[in-house]
Write a protein of this length. Sequence first.
Length: 260
Amino acid sequence: MKVFILGDLEGTAGVVDFQRQTYSDAKYYEQSKRLATLEISALIDGILEGGASEVWFLDGHGPGGVDYELMHSEAKMVIGRPLVAPWGLDESFDALFLYGHHSMANTERGVLCHSWNSRAIANCWLNGDLIGEIGFNAALAGSFGVPTVFISGDDTAVTEMRGYVPNVTTVETKIGLSQTSAVSLSPLKSRQLHQEAGREAVEKVSEIQLFSIAPPYEFVTELLDVDSVSLKAKQADVERVDTHKFKICSDTLVGIAQRR
Ligand SMILES: [Zn+2]
């Protein structure tokens, strides 16, 4: 069995602050990356115990969200920028794991919630429905026939994922109190749960229904800054919707992901 882990940094236990923990100039950024990497390595231990033979890991946090020195020895790491979708993900994979994810922008109590870019994007819609990275990436994998079988993150990220895949295996790393506060698991407990859930998720792969969204696709982005919309609207195939929104259309989610 071949597994693809898409990782982020905002859902890691102990991580609750953009300015101090997740931005590249944050004082505790290196510590956040270590916390994440140790959870990912525990998750990979579980995935291998469950019987997977190959594990890819894509670092999805914009400025980088892992400390390579601490990464599990068996991980095949997809790293660096620019990374163009679908980043090596294809029909040969049996399952997608979403590690350390966050809920979409404007989610009540959503710890570090945002949609792709916390400093630029207000909201996103796919075919008329609000969507964030969780739903979009699950649907993108679904377009290759790959089911999303695991998510870890705060309780609002887990709830968002269950809206797409009700019986997904989960690790709730923290209960959100606000966008920048939470009741968090300790790092040691969170690693333990990641290992157990990784094994369980692999064992349950055949029970998970594929989540997919039928084409064609219309993706609307609402930006915080009007001037950025004007700039974006100059690109080919980008249509301005109103002062703050632009849209792109495609017959594939990869096409959306590459241009959004
Ligand atoms: Zn991130």
